[in-house]
Design a protein around this ligand. Structure first.
Ligand code: SR1
Ligand code: MG
Length: 449
C-alpha cells in the first residue's frame, strides 16, 4: 500500500474552471452541453470512496465526469491507488454496454492519461441506497438487476465463450490487481483481525467484533471465500455491485462504477446485491419513527431478495439452454435425449452451487460494512447508536462460556449474526422459501463464541 504509483505527466486532477476549459476541447461534449461554456455549471458530487465525480450542465444538457485520483479519497494521499482503474472501468463499461445494452451509462469520452471518463448524466435517477433508506419501492429492480447479472456473467463465462477468447479477456483485466487487493484486504481479511482501517459502533459492538476475531471456523469460511475470489476467474464481474452502484427511477435500473471489474467468481456480484438488500432490511428498524411503520417496506425488500435470486437463476438457465456456445460442457458429450436430460440436471446443480457461493459472499459483504473500513449509509444514517447497534450491557465475551448467549436484536448485531450463518443452510432455506422475520433468529449459528 505504500508503493508509489507512476503518474502520467499529462495527468492533473480537474476542478472548475480547468474542467470547463478541458471539456470545451471535446466536440461531442460541447454539443451535448450546448450554450456558452461560461454559463456551464459544475458541481462536485463524489460521495464514493475513491474518485472525483462532477456534474456539468450546459444550456442544452448535462454530463457526468468521473476522474480517478492517484490515491484512495476516503483515506487520503497516504494510500496511493493506480489511475489505471479508470482504464478498467472504461473497459468494463464498454463490455457491459455490449452485453446488457442500456444498463451502464453511455460513455461520451475517455481520456486514459487524465484517468477520466465523461459519461451520460443519469437524471432523474436516484442512487438506490438513498431511495431504500427513505423506503422507496422499486418494483422493476429485481427483474432488471437479475437480467443484467445473468447476461454479463453468462456471456463472459466458459459456458458461452471459447477457451482462447475467455483467456484473452481474463488477461485484459489482470492488471486491475490493485483494486482486487482492496477487496481482498477490506472484505476478506481485516474485519476478522485488529487492523488500523477497521471501525465499528463502539463500545456497543466491541464484544461481537472480538467474537468475530476469535472465531476460527469463521476465519476458515472467510478464507475459503477469499481463495475463491483470488483463483476463480469464472466471469467478468462488476466487482462492487452494491446499491450505491445502482441508480434507479420507477421504470429504469442503471448500473454504474465498475472500476473493480475483473474475471472473478460470479457469486461475488449476486452476493453483493443480496447483501445490500439485506443490510437495508435489517436497517429499517432504525429508521422507523413508530414500531412496525416500515413493515410493508421490509416485506418488499425481503421479497426482492427472493426475486433477485429466482429471476437470476431462471434467466441464467435460459441463456445457457439457448446459447451453449462455450467450450465447457461440450455438446458432443450430451447428445440425444438422455444426454440433454443429464445436462439439465447438471445445470441445476451448477446454480445450486452458485447460490451457496452467493450467500457466502453476501455474508462477507455484510460483515465488512459493519466491522471494516467502508461503512454504508443504511446503518450509518441511524443516528441513535442504541438503535443501530447492540446495547452495551450485553455480557462481555469472557462471561459467555454458555453457548446459548446471543447478542440482543438490533440492526447491526442481527445483520452480523445473519452474515455469520452457514451459507449451505441458508441456501436450503431460500430454496424452501423460508425466510425469517426480523426478530427471529433461525439463521443463527448453532454454536457461538
Ligand atoms: C478504500 S475503497 C473502500 C470500498 O469502496 C468501494 O466502493 C469498495 O466497496 C471498496 O471496498
Ligand atoms: Mg464505487
Amino acid at each position: 500500500m505504500t508503493q508509489a504509483i507512476p503518474i502520467d505527466s499529462a495527468y492533473r486532477p480537474l476542478a472548475e474552471p480547468i474542467l470547463v476549459a478541458y471539456l470545451t476541447t471535446i466536440p461531442a461534449v460541447v454539443e451535448i452541453l450546448g450554450g456558452a461554456p461560461a454559463e456551464w455549471s459544475v458541481r462536485e458530487v463524489g460521495d464514493g470512496n475513491l474518485n472525483l465525480v462532477f456534474i456539468v450542465k450546459g444550456g442544452r444538457g448535462g454530463v457526468a465526469v468521473k476522474q480517478a485520483l492517484p490515491y484512495v479519497r476516503l483515506v487520503g494521499e497516504s494510500w496511493p491507488s493506480p489511475l489505471s482503474r479508470a482504464h478498467f472501468e472504461h473497459l468494463a463499461l464498454t463490455e457491459q454496454a455490449r452485453l446488457a445494452p442500456g444498463v451502464p451509462p453511455r460513455v461520451h469520452h475517455y481520456d486514459a492519461a487524465m484517468a477520466l471518463i465523461v459519461m451520460e448524466l443519469l437524471e432523474p435517477h436516484l442512487i438506490m441506497r438513498r431511495g431504500m433508506i427513505t423506503a422507496i419501492v422499486h418494483p422493476e429492480f429485481p427483474r432488471h438487476i437479475a437480467q443484467f447479472m445473468a447476461r454479463t456473467l453468462y456471456f463472459t463465462s466458459d459456458l458461452a465463450l471459447r477457451a482462447a477468447e475467455k483467456k484473452q479477456r481474463i488477461a485484459a483485466f489482470t492488471g486491475n490487481f490493485a483494486l482486487c487487493k482492496i477487496t481482498e484486504d477490506l472484505i476478506f481479511t481485516e474485519p476478522y483481525m485488529l487492523a488500523a482501517n477497521n471501525r465499528w459502533t463502539s463500545p456497543e459492538l466491541d464484544d461481537i467484533a472480538a467474537a468475530f476475531r476469535e472465531d476460527l471456523d469463521l476465519h476458515v469460511a472467510i478464507s475459503r471465500l477469499k481463495l475463491a475470489f483470488m483463483r476463480a476467474p469464472e466471469a467478468m464481474i462488476h466487482g462492487d455491485l452494491h446499491t450505491g452502484s445502482i441508480m434507479v427511477t420507477s421504470t429504469e435500473t442503471r448500473v454504474i462504477d465498475p472500476e473493480f471489474a475483473f474475471y472473478g467468481p460470479m457469486g461475488f456480484d449476486v452476493g453483493a446485491v443480496i447483501a445490500n438488500l439485506l443490510l437495508n432490511f435489517f436497517a429499517q428498524a432504525g429508521h422507523e419513527s413508530q414500531k412496525g411503520e416500515r413493515d410493508a417496506y421490509r416485506a418488499w425488500v425481503l421479497q426482492s431478495v427472493r426475486d433477485v435470486w429466482t429471476l437470476f437463476r431462471a434467466e441464467f438457465l435460459r441463456l445457457w439452454r439457448e446459447n451453449p456456445t462455450g467450450d465447457a460442457y461440450p455438446l458432443a458429450l450430451f447428445a440425444g435425449a438422455r444426454g440433454a436430460a443429464r445436462l439439465e440436471v447438471e445445470r441445476q446443480v451448477f446454480l445450486d452451487r452458485l447460490l451457496v457461493d452467493t450467500l457466502g459472499f453476501a455474508g462477507a459483504k455484510m460483515i465488512r460494512r459493519i466491522l471494516g473500513l467502508a461503512h454504508n449509509l443504511d446503518l450509518e444514517s441511524i443516528a441513535d447508536r442504541g438503535r443501530r447497534a447492540a446495547p452495551a450491557n450485553d455480557p462481555p465475551c469472557s462471561s459467555r462460556a454458555n453457548s446459548s448467549w446471543r447478542p440482543r436484536a438490533s440492526p447491526a448485531s442481527t445483520t452480523l449474526r445473519t452474515a455469520r450463518s452457514n451459507p449451505e443452510i441458508v441456501a436450503e432455506r431460500i430454496s424452501l422459501s423460508a425466510m425469517p422475520g426480523e426478530n427471529e433468529a433461525p439463521w443463527a449459528p448453532s454454536s457461538s463464541s
